[in-house]
Design a protein. Structure first.
Length: 228
């Protein structure tokens, strides 16, 4: 009889552990720090008129990348323990930024993206995930130097535009409690199509921009569902 009771107890404990491992949160929210390394895909060579009469134009080499730091958040609804749908929004400010012949710029960037996510859950607190998102990117830039050497050819020194955006990448979470997890890193390739068509030689008529996005934060779980 004692052996039978011990066996039943072990079966109950095993079933409880299996049920716990089969549970997953209905909703996960993730406030996070966000960093974007933008590559505007402009020409590194910028041609200006030589101030000395009769002399050929001057080629000036400028930086082609700029940094953007800020924050944002993600909300994900989990259909199963593996498959979820996430909405991702975030904004950042440019810093330490020069483009095209050393012109300093300031501005901001806002991304709004949606797509599927795969999260690999098991008894371990380590949970990697991968996702693919589609949406848009709002870019606002102000040139602090010569307007004629900035990113637009309108005679002004500001540029704002919405464009198609896509991210693909992933990261991992470390579960600390049933409700709270740490997301040390989420690294993604960021693709945008702002277009580089303008009358200035800094533009190379290549519509594509290939950038890098990095996020880090915490994850808060809401509700729970049992795996089928």
């Amino acid at each position: 009889m004692r052996r039978l009771l011990v066996l039943v107890g072990l079966l109950v404990l095993t079933a409880g552990a299996a049920l716990a491992q089969g549970e997953f949160p209905k909703v996960e929210t993730s406030p996070a720090f966000m960093f974007i390394r933008n590559n505007p895909n402009l020409s590194n060579q910028f041609v200006i008129q030589n101030p000395i009469a009769g002399q050929p134009p001057v080629n000036i080499t400028g930086a082609n990348d700029f940094n953007c730091a800020g924050g944002g958040g993600t909300i994900a609804y989990n259909l199963t323990s593996l498959i979820g749908i996430a909405a991702d929004m975030g904004g950042c400010k440019y810093f330490g930024t020069t483009v095209a012949a050393g012109n300093k710029i300031s501005g901001s960037q806002f991304t709004y993206l949606f797509g599927p996510r795969l999260t690999f859950r098991n008894s371990s607190p380590f949970r990697p995930f991968f996702e693919l998102n589609f949406g848009g990117d709002r870019l606002s830039v102000t040139c602090q130097n010569s307007a004629t050497a900035c990113v637009n050819a309108t005679g002004g020194n500001t540029y704002s535009k919405n464009a198609f955006a896509m991210t693909v990448g992933g990261g991992f979470d470390i579960q600390l409690t049933k409700k709270i997890s740490l997301r040390p890193v989420q690294a993604e390739y960021l693709y945008t199509r702002f277009g580089n068509q303008c009358a200035l030689s800094v533009c190379n008529n290549n519509n594509n921009q290939n950038s890098f996005r990095l996020k880090s934060g915490i994850v808060v779980a809401w509700g729970s569902k049992a795996s089928n």
